[in-house]
Design a protein around this ligand. Structure first.
Ligand code: GDP
Ligand code: IMO
Ligand code: MG
Length: 429
């Protein structure tokens, strides 16, 4: 029985939430393995919309949901999200949610530092979600983090907090900020501890046992390969590895657990935050893509930048992440365009490139080379079978497959759960 790992193939917001929700009906466990509440995954079920940031998208269907050790966890954001979902009628209990005891915590001063740095960076700012993601990962790697399991030993936390506060107070002083209010921090941790601890488990064990029993695990990636801290458009990236390989290390399973790697890819391109974007359209067409695709950030409400499909970037993402097949989403947003463009290479000065250069200055300078295709007049919105698609839309999909050197496994044609064309079942391996 194959597991499935879902990852974003571009700069995030490709529609991972919708696809994970759709696949979750056939999974036994859904697991997040990196990122935190910088993610914003939207699920539309009939007339209900669910927005998930930290919780795995399987939770809405009642599938066992696991937050792996690779995630950075803001306890207060967790509580808020659980409360919102409960109000929406979704049951969240230790029977449906497990959190790794080894997750590092995002604390209030991580959020402060994220914002202080962004505000001080002027033009050079990354445009982070200001959730404290980067500073929390820094403390994890710096071996200073407070983790979920520490919440069960608050009385022993003194020396750890001393070290952590000393580190942050020096940084805060550099920004002219007051030191951390240690009493308040300890009080707030004390107040939230039991809420988090009710979900804390050795999730590596849960997942390994599930694997032994032949259960299907669906790994839910956040962000996208182009935001990966190693492989993305550095420094305009997030602070975790977003590639499929992280599914194993971020949950406590071996590398063979990833199974079928499903790359979620939008039929055009968007990006939120700063950084290079070769096919970005600053014109009416870009505006139209944004309006028709409702391209506003789920987490921050920021307008997403829009542009044509970039096959060079997606081919690179698929190769780097070992993508088995892609889910092509938001095809319906391309309905009604007279012509569509696909980027097939770049000019860097006189040099023709078939991959994205590593240096930020070169990434910002490349000029896209386009192939022009005829669009289609018919609507693809809500299509659920190949036969529902106009010939020209099928041509577009086939050309995308050819250029990215990776087959299309699913096509998504609306935000709704069931408006999905299944080409090949990823769980069948
Ligand atoms: P994620 O971060 O990858 O889960 O994606 P987001 O939820 O942030 O953004 C994707 C947006 O597109 C959401 O509003 C979805 O409801 C919506 N969406 C997903 N698939 C489709 C689709 O095939 N067509 C249209 N029109 N919207 C879609
Ligand atoms: P989902 O899972 C799109 C972007 C931010 C910023 C950069 C760093 O919904 O696809 P961070 O707060 O992580 O330090 O910000 O990464 N970013 C996302 N963009 N979708 C996301 O998640 C993102 N998570 C972070 O906009 O450019
Ligand atoms: Mg999103």
């Amino acid at each position: 029985m194959a597991n499935v790992t879902v990852i974003g193939g571009q700069w995030g917001d490709e529609g991972k939430g919708k696809i994970v929700d759709w696949l979750a009906s056939r999974a036994d466990v859904v697991a997040r393995f990196q990122g935190g509440h910088n993610a914003g995954h939207t699920l539309v079920v009939d007339d209900r919309t669910y927005k998930l940031s930290l919780l795995p998208s399987g939770i809405v269907r009642g599938t066992l949901s696991v937050i792996g050790n690779g995630v950075v966890l803001d306890p207060w954001a967790l509580k808020k999200e659980v409360e919102t979902l409960t109000e929406q009628g979704v049951a969240v209990s230790p029977e449906t949610l497990q959190i790794a005891e080894t997750c590092p915590l995002i604390l209030p001063f991580h959020r402060d530092l994220d914002a202080l740095r962004e505000d001080a960076s002027g033009q050079g700012k990354i445009g982070t979600t200001r959730r404290g993601i980067g500073p929390a990962y820094e403390d994890k790697v710096g071996r200073r983090a407070i983790r979920v399991c520490d919440l069960a030993h608050l009385g022993d936390l003194g020396p750890q907090l001393d070290r952590l506060c000393a580190h942050h107070d020096a940084l805060r002083a550099g920004f002219g900020e007051q030191p951390i209010d240690r009493d308040r921090l300890e009080r707030e941790l004390g107040e939230i501890a039991d809420f988090v601890l009710q979900f804390a488990r050795p999730v590596w064990l849960t997942l390994n046992e599930a694997r032994q029993r032949g259960r299907r695990i669906l790994f839910e990636g956040a962000q996208g390969v182009l935001l990966d801290v190693d492989h993305g458009t550095y420094p305009f990236v997030t602070s975790s590895n977003t590639v499929a390989g992280t599914a194993a290390a971020g949950t406590g399973l071996g590398p063979s657990a990833a199974g079928f790697v499903l790359g979620i890819v939008k039929a055009y391109t968007t990006r939120v935050g700063s950084g290079p974007f070769p096919t970005e359209l600053a014109d009416e067409t870009g505006q139209m893509l944004g309006e028709r695709g409702h391209e506003f950030g789920t987490v921050t409400g920021r307008k997403r930048r829009c542009g044509w499909f970039d096959s060079v970037l997606v081919r690179q993402s698929c190769a780097i992440s070992g993508v088995t097949g892609i889910a092509l989403t938001k095809l319906d947003v391309l309905d009604g365009f007279d012509e569509l463009r696909i980027c097939t290479g770049y000019w860097l000065g006189e040099q023709r490139l078939d991959h994205f250069p590593a240096h930020a200055a070169d990434q910002a300078r490349v000029e896209p080379i386009y192939e022009v295709m005829a669009g289609w007049r018919e609507s693809t919105a809500g299509a659920r079978s190949w036969a529902d698609l106009p010939a020209q839309a099928i041509k577009y999909i086939r050309r995308v497959e050819e250029l990215i050197q990776c087959p299309v496994t699913l096509v998504s044609t609306s935000p709704q759960r069931e408006d999905t064309i299944l080409v090949r079942d990823p769980f069948a391996g």
